[in-house]
Design a protein around this ligand. Sequence first.
Ligand code: GRF
Length: 221
Amino acid sequence: MPRLRLGVLISGRGSNLQALVEASADPAYPAEIVSVISDRAEAAGLAIAAAAGITGVAIRHDDRQAFAAEADVLLREQRADLVCLAGFMRVLDTAFVEAWRDRMVNIHPSLLPAFPGLHPHRRALAAGVRFSGCTVHFVRTEVDAGPIIAQAVVPIQPGDDEESLAARILAVEHRLYPLAVRLIAEGRVRVTTGMVEIDGWQAPTITVLNPGGPLAATLGL
Ligand code: GRF
């Protein structure tokens, strides 16, 4: 089976790009990265692409439509099958989003639909939720919205601040994104009526309480 060809859009650090690079280094992984595009020439993620021998290109983002047109040409030249937004911090042109409908995914560090947009960790803490996490979803024109493919739950710990929570969620993002891309590459993911169906979907059976500890244990759950 040919591997699914990924185009990855970044704006900065590129740690999720790195996770996808590492996953695809395994020849058994069903996807490979063929193109990395950044809207910022100084993005650290471009060095990650270069180190992995992947073509990385910076496209200036003076104009939303011009950026999208140039990115589209590059992605088609590289015959990308799937676009992965990995810390891409711009709102994409509507026509581009429609052109890549159900062929473009994003990762966001919250349990969507909670806390889309900026500062999701800060907002989760301010809301006092006991769990946050991360979501991989198909991209629609609304920011951080679209059919959900996969999520991971991360409990809030006493004393958490924005930085500690972001770090714990990020470590989980690096596992969730390659998993979601694998499911798509294996042809197991379908979007029907705005929802995602996954062939052979298995869910974990545990339920976690937070606060946990001995008190939760006495509930016998
Ligand atoms: C990640 O938390 C991702 O979920 C969000 O932006 C951050 C990007 O980090 N969309 P990195 O550039 O992948 O390290």
